[in-house]
Design a binder for this molecule. Structure first.
Ligand code: 5MM
Length: 341
């Protein structure tokens, strides 16, 4: 097992995860989402195939030094490798901390067909207690905000941000760092200005609720979307515009004491997600570390290389290791497009 520094406080854990350009691997796809990903490569999603795939990622060389934290789904935190080693021990041996998704997915908000409220607060304290014993050092909860004709409503934003803050308080009570993820979905034809507006309202509400519940900001990480135009909008803005609007929005709402901001990729291509992160860091970043917590943008190339075949393991690991390294460079503002070749 690799030697980790003593991580005594929540701030030590949060700071470790995002230190030196390291970021987070979001491997917490629920089983239905994992099935969707595996469908795209015509692989059946079973407990074993999910284990095989994740074992490939976690044993990749590129985990070490690039991935400070790995977010898991409930099934994965209990799984052992084909050789009988706990996957959490493999993650630790790579110098990465295991974390766990603790939300229980989305329900319609007030019977709306366009807005949702994330579930999972009822038995959260008990679940966090168990996850801590299983080795988790941090947790994640994702709130989803849609942009549409009459959405997002302030009521939906506030209900989701209230739940995020209650979750964060419970995670900290159980000695785990909460990652708070207010995701404004990219789906739709909306403009970057609409995204900026919904993101600003959500972050303002989120930090008010975190303050109301006395959540320790120095032991919390934020996982936001970047400010982009909707994925169906033909008028996309440039990488530098994404970076400057995102920085402007974050500087307005995020307190300086937060140790790190680790972006979700939200459906951006893997190179765009790296490019945007690099541009923000080249612009000077902010008072917090700016890094990645990507799911699709870290895994897509590895998944398409693996194709469910054992003989593709090493090539898939090389693809994943490459993206992990590219994103660590981007988190330090040291990436350039020619490094992709
Ligand atoms: C990896 O996907 C996560 C779990 O999603 P479901 O609960 O829908 O299965 C998701 O929360 C993920 O951590 C974030 O959305 C970031 O992933 P992307 O792909 O947007 O970078």
């Amino acid at each position: 097992m690799s030697l980790l520094p003593p991580l005594k406080s929540l701030n030590d854990i949060a700071t470790y995860i995002v230190a030196d350009g390291k970021g987070i691997l979001a491997a917490d796809e629920s089983n239905p989402t994992c099935s969707k990903r595996f469908d795209s490569i015509s692989v059946e999603s079973t407990e074993d195939s999910r284990r095989d795939y994740r074992e490939i990622l976690f044993t990749s060389k590129g985990m070490n030094g690039n991935i400070g934290g790995t977010i898991l789904f409930d099934e994965t935190i209990r799984q052992r490798s084909i050789g009988g080693v706990l996957l959490t021990d493999i993650i630790y041996s790579q110098g990465s901390l295991p974390g766990i998704k603790v939300d229980k997915g989305l329900n319609p908000f007030n019977e709306s067909d366009s807005e949702t409220l994330t579930q999972g607060l009822d038995d959260l304290d008990e679940r966090c207690f168990e996850y801590r014993k299983l080795g988790a050092k941090f947790t994640k909860w994702r709130a989803v905000i849609n942009i549409g004709a009459d959405a997002p409503t302030q009521e939906c934003i506030d209900a989701n941000m209230d739940a995020l803050a209650q979750y964060a308080k419970i995670a900290q009570k159980n000695n785990m760092v909460p990652i708070v993820e207010p995701e404004i979905l990219m789906d739709g034809e909306h403009s970057a200005e609409d995204c900026l507006n919904a993101s600003s309202r959500s972050l303002k509400s989120l930090f008010n609720f975190l303050d109301n519940y006395n959540v320790d900001i120095t032991g919390t990480l934020l996982k936001p979307n970047m400010i982009t135009a909707g994925s169906n909008n033909p008028d996309q803005i440039s990488e530098d515009e994404v970076a400057s609007l995102t920085l402007e929005c974050l500087k307005q709402h995020v307190p300086d004491g937060l140790p790190g901001i680790a972006f979700l990729s939200g459906g951006q291509s893997d190179i765009k997600a790296t490019h945007h992160l690099d541009a923000m860091n080249k612009m000077g970043g902010g008072p917090w570390k700016l890094t990645f917590s990507y799911g699709r943008a870290l895994q897509q190339s590895a998944l398409k290389t693996w194709l469910g075949k054992a003989e593709n393991k090493e090539a898939a690991q090389a693809a994943f290791s490459h993206r992990a390294l590219m994103n660590r460079l981007a988190a330090s503002g040291k990436w350039s497009p020619d490094l992709e070749n």
